[in-house]
Design a protein around this ligand. Structure first.
Ligand code: PAF
Length: 281
C-alpha cells in the first residue's frame, strides 16, 4: 500500500487507471477503522482495479466541538488493517490540503433530507459531509464509491450530492456490520466504557423490536414503545423514526407493502450512537 498526502500526487498515481477496463474504487473514512470499513474495502477490492481509502477527520462536519476533539484516532492500527486488507492507496491529507486558506465553502441544496433526523439534530453536519466528499470525489474521480448502510441518511445525502454535482461515480452501499451482541460497528464505540458498552446493545434491540412487531396500520404506538426501551435503559433519545426507505418521510399509517426503515439516534452519557434497520426488505 502506498501512502499519499497531496491531491496532486494522488491524481498522478491514479492517471493510469482512468480508462476502461480499469476502474477506481474509493472508500472514504475518518479512521478508527473496524470490520465495517474493511468489508467496504473487500467489496472494492473484488470489483475495482485499484482501491483507494482516505482517512480524514473532517472538521466541517462536526457540529459539536467536543465530539470532534474526542473523535478516536488510531492511525497506526488503521494502516496495519488497510495493509492486511490489500488496500492499494491510503490518502491521508492534512486539513490545509483539503481546506486551503481562502477556500470558499459550497452550499448544497439537499432539500427535505437536511431538515430531518440527523439533519435536524446535527445542524450543518450534512453540508460538511457534502463539502468533504465532493472534494474527495473531485480528487479521486472514482468509478465506484463504497459507504456503509449504518449511516443510512448520509448515503442518501451523498447520492443527492453526486447527482447535484453530476459525478459519474456509482454509490455502492455495504451492509451494517455488527458485533456478536448486535451493536452496529462504529468508530465512536471506542469511546464507550465497559458499562456503556454493555448497555449499547439496547439500540439494536429497540430496532429489532420494531422489525419484529410492526404490522400494517398505525406505527406510532410501537415507535413510542421502542423509544421507551431506550429511555428505560438510560439513553437520552434524539429520535426513533419509522420512515419510507426511499424518501425518509415518516410513515404513520403503514399499508404493509411500502418499504420501511427504522432509524435511531440516542446518547449513552456523552456518546451519541445511531443505527437503523430496513423493516421489510
Ligand atoms: O462516514 C464517515 O466516516 C464520514 O462522514 C465521511 C463519509 C468519510 C466524510 O467525512
Amino acid at each position: 500500500m502506498i501512502l499519499i498526502k497531496t491531491i496532486s500526487q494522488l491524481r498522478e498515481k491514479l492517471a493510469p487507471y482512468r480508462n476502461k477496463p480499469s476502474s477506481i474504487g474509493f472508500v472514504p473514512t475518518m479512521g478508527a477503522l473496524h470490520a465495517g470499513h474493511i468489508s467496504l474495502i473487500n467489496s472494492c477490492k473484488s470489483a475495482d482495479t485499484i482501491c483507494v481509502c482516505s482517512i480524514f477527520v473532517n472538521p466541517t462536519q462536526f457540529n459539536n466541538a467536543q465530539d470532534f476533539e474526542k473523535y478516536p484516532i488510531t492511525i497506526e492500527k488503521d494502516i496495519d488493517m488497510l495493509e492486511a486488507s490489500g488496500c492499494d492507496i491510503l490518502f491521508l491529507p492534512s486539513v490545509a490540503e483539503m481546506y486551503p486558506p481562502g477556500d470558499v465553502k459550497k452550499n448544497y441544496d439537499l432539500g427535505y433530507l437536511e431538515t430531518i433526523l440527523e439533519g435536524k439534530y446535527r445542524p450543518g453536519h450534512f453540508q460538511g459531509v457534502c463539502q468533504i466528499v465532493d472534494k474527495l470525489l473531485a480528487a479521486v474521480l472514482p468509478d465506484n464509491l463504497y459507504m456503509g448502510q449504518k449511516d443510512y441518511q448520509q448515503c442518501m445525502v451523498v447520492q443527492k450530492m453526486i447527482d447535484l454535482e453530476e459525478y459519474a461515480t456509482v454509490l455502492n452501499i455495504g451492509p451494517t456490520i455488527r458485533e456478536n451482541d448486535g451493536l452496529a460497528m462504529s468508530s465512536r464505540n471506542l469511546r464507550l466504557n465497559e458499562t456503556e458498552r454493555q448497555q449499547a446493545l439496547t439500540i439494536s434491540k429497540a430496532l429489532i423490536f420494531l422489525k419484529e412487531k410492526l404490522r400494517p396500520g398505525q406505527t406510532d404506538s410501537l415507535r413510542q414503545q421502542s423509544e421507551k426501551i431506550l429511555t428505560d435503559a438510560g439513553y437520552k433519545v434524539d429520535y426513533v423514526a419509522v420512515a419510507d426507505a426511499a424518501t425518509l418521510r415518516p410513515v404513520e399509517n403503514w399499508d404493509g407493502k411500502q418499504l420501511l426503515v427504522a432509524l435511531v439516534a440516542a446518547f449513552l452519557n456523552e456518546v451519541r450512537l445511531i443505527d437503523n434497520m430496513v423493516i421489510n426488505g
